[in-house]
Design a binder for this molecule. Structure first.
Ligand SMILES: C[S@@+](CC[C@H](N)C(=O)[O-])C[C@H]1O[C@@H](n2cnc3c(N)ncnc32)[C@H](O)[C@@H]1O
Ligand code: SF4
Ligand code: SF4
Length: 343
């Protein structure tokens, strides 16, 4: 499993530093939408920055050479995810930057609102398309009015129609495109769900990826009831469309320390190295600055371990790494699991 090396270290079976498994890179904090729920809105407003292309190219070189830099280490970066911060396709050079990551041997993924997806399609040559594991386009609704009421485009006209055209363009170019939606009161009736599944069919996307939204005012996760799950399953069957409904954020927390802090850094557009994907801009998660420091020298350093020891997860909001943190805790509670990784 991608976290096994980390489990070995956290159970004292090795003293070697473990490289991250997955890195999020924010290309910009600028966005052309103002989704009412956006969890990075405050951070973006205070740090309205777009990173420079050469800084990202250098960063990718550093990440690719991590083993040479730290020969006595285990684990490796499997995936670089381009996300935000703001809207990654707003960065004019997103295509060449993603292509560089692929050239360095990384699998890449993209989370986007799809508004300027042509920059990715045009910037990544055919021979590299397979190295893009998926492109996830957040639409939330396939009804133009609901879409706009949720996502509030900051452009003169709604971005809805451009996004639909761009999804088809990326599908035609051979990319695996998933249509994404956060489940919330506005889009969980039969009509809205039907429209979302239909959108997957008429754009040729791979599947629908839906998950509950977190209300930033209350830190509460939208409840996905058994009735709603049933309705989603019925509509998916009717349309013969695949969907994913990960509910990892919903399960309880068995861990008090956040183990994933050694697996999954967020490299923000303003230079922040943040070790909590929900904590952009929060000082308690700030490891350093990737623009004027070398992340490889900070990883497993004193500060990193201090942050790990100081954060009590019982105060945390529902978060994406919940599932992996629970799995690592299982290893810590019963390290004998680590003795038979292969057989
Ligand atoms: C901040 S956005 C940046 C990427 C791009 N602009 C987009 O919207 O896809 C990154 C991801 O965070 C998710 N997100 C933002 N606010 C959220 C919230 N309150 N609850 C759950 N997910 C959220 C979005 O759905 C998106 O998949
Ligand atoms: S498009 Fe993404 S970054 Fe922009 S407001 Fe919406 S969720 Fe936030
Ligand atoms: S919210 Fe808490 S548990 Fe989740 S990733 Fe951040 S620090 Fe870890």
């Amino acid at each position: 499993m991608p976290y096994t090396d980390l489990s070995l270290r956290l159970t004292g079976r090795t003293n070697l530093p473990v490289l991250p498994n997955h890195v999020d890179i924010d290309l910009t904090n600028v966005c052309n939408q103002d989704c009412f729920y956006c969890n990075s809105a405050e951070f973006r407003a205070k740090n309205l920055i777009t990173g420079q292309t050469n800084q990202y190219l250098n960063l990718l070189d550093q990440l690719a050479n991590w083993r040479q830099h730290t020969p006595k280490s285990i684990g490796s970066i499997r995936n670089i995810n381009f996300t935000g911060g703001g809207e990654p396709t707003v960065h004019k050079n997103i295509g060449p930057i993603m292509a560089h990551a692929i050239d360095k041997g990384f699998q890449v993924t993209l989370i986007s609102n799809g508004s300027k997806l042509h920059r990715v399609v045009e910037g990544i040559s055919k021979d590299k398309v397979e190295s893009v594991a998926w492109i996830g386009i957040d639409v939330d609704s396939a009804n133009p009015e609901t879409y706009e009421s949720i996502r509030r485009s900051l452009t003169r006209d709604t971005l809805y129609h451009t996004v639909v055209t761009n999804i088809k363009m990326a599908v035609d170019a051979g990319f695996r495109v998933d249509i994404k939606g956060l489940l919330m009161p506005q889009n969980t009736n039969e009509q809205e769900l039907n429209a979302l599944f239909e959108m997957v069919s008429y754009t040729g996307a791979r599947q629908l990826h839906i998950r509950p939204f977190v209300d930033m005012d209350t830190n509460k996760l939208f409840e996905v009831t058994e009735d709603l799950k049933k309705l989603i399953e019925e509509i998916a069957t009717k349309h013969k469309v695949k969907y994913r409904l990960p509910l990892g954020r919903e399960t309880g927390r068995t861990y008090s320390k956040c183990h994933q802090m050694f697996l999954y850094p967020i490299l923000a557009a303003n230079g922040d190295i943040c070790i909590c994907c929900e904590g952009r801009g929060q000082k308690q998660f700030l490891l350093g600055n990737w623009k004027n420091q070398d992340i490889r020298d900070l990883w497993w350093g004193e500060k990193h371990i201090e942050i790990y020891n100081s954060v009590n997860t019982h105060l945390c909001p529902p978060c994406k790494p919940n599932k992996i943190n629970n799995l690592i805790q299982e290893d810590i509670d019963d390290p004998s699991k680590l003795e038979r990784v292969v057989m």
